[in-house]
Unconditional design. Structure first.
Length: 65
């Protein structure tokens, strides 16, 4: 079930990637929901997403703690 939550989180983040504030809000929520190894995987996924949307870089600060 945890894997399903990770995939759902990626779907939500992809859909809100047009707005950096909303994206950051969803990243914060994801950190509370996901397991530590999934958070690391999410960080890598977001890094690849920020190559297309550099304005989302500010949200990486939540994943580097």
């Amino acid at each position: 079930m945890a894997r399903a939550m990770f995939e759902y989180t990626k779907t939500v983040l992809d859909k809100v990637s047009f707005d950096s504030k909303l994206f950051c809000k969803e990243v914060k929520k994801a950190i509370q929901r996901l397991l530590p190894h999934e958070i690391e995987e999410l960080r890598l996924w977001i890094i690849s997403l920020t190559r297309q949307n550099p304005e989302l870089n500010e949200c990486l600060i939540y994943l580097n703690n």
